[in-house]
Design a protein. Sequence first.
Length: 338
Amino acid sequence: MAQGGIVARYKEPYRDFLYREMFARWGQMDVLARGSGTTVFSIDRVPRLLREIAQDPPVFLMHLHPFSHTWAVTAGPETQQTILQQVDSLAAGMRRSHCWTVQAHVLGERLPFDLTQAVAERLTQAGLWVDPTRADHALSLTVLEGRAFMGVSSLAENVSRWSGGVLFYQKPAEFISRAGFKLEEAVEVFGISLAQVTSALDLGAAPGGWTKFLADRGVPTDAVDPAALDPRVLANRRVAYFPVSAQTFAARSMSRQYDLIVNDMKMDACKSVGIVLRLLDRLRPDGQVVITLKLPQKGFLQKAQAARALAEPYFRTVRLKHLYYNRSEITLYAQRAG
Ligand SMILES: C[S@@+](CC[C@H](N)C(=O)[O-])C[C@H]1O[C@@H](n2cnc3c(N)ncnc32)[C@H](O)[C@@H]1O
């Protein structure tokens, strides 16, 4: 055990954006190892960094885990024994009151055994409660460039509770569009409690993946789009359809108030935020907003920052996050003051 740090995971085309953001906030960091979508940073004050990241995660950081143990890994017959000895030394200090999961990630090496399973079995033998479906803490282990990096953390500290931030949502029986997954992920990532949402407005709703996601969870939803909604979404009694542009809808005088405005409109990101700002008088105090910012390849980050700057004066919280299901997009989340 020589040094500590974090293992950061991200989508590969956005590595430089992530580095820029992290170095601007925490200064230059030493890179100990790097592989596809993964960088191991050496850091002195890991607990403080984890706290700051949990409060305001970097836009392009999909997942992280801290490490406190690192050692050389060779793919020989003794590898499993060496790893399990290291696991034993960590397990001695792991709390019995937590529920644990094992998240292992092996890049560029081939280990002759199932690492996740071997470590999970070892923890169970050590008397720890291991259940990935109920876990609140993780033992994480990344093997990269001939070294292992291992540590423990609460799942809340890891940015995403899913290893690497990789999500696989089940297609619902009536599948409308892949776009639906983006809202599902945004609800989880930004901690939106749909049970408290009594009405929602969906701008750029067609064919209806987002509207269906909300209506299926009991939220009465007004869907706005000049393009057609899928008939299965239209048939839902919680859905009201307005076949007009968002600009026309915003210009109408209506008394209806919303707890949540979502917007997946395919248009310039600043224009899209501007339309939501015109609807602010229909967003209740504490109301929340989710906007997919559609971004150009050139000036990708600048455009996202310009859209954020437009929104900032009107909200208590504004966050940007590149979601697993985002492509040339970033998701903006905002919440009004109460
Ligand atoms: C990516 S799709 C939305 C997908 C939708 N969220 C879903 O889950 O099915 C983008 C939509 O934005 C709509 N759109 C573009 N400009 C618009 C505007 N000015 N007003 C309303 N909708 C608009 C398009 O018609 C298109 O249906």
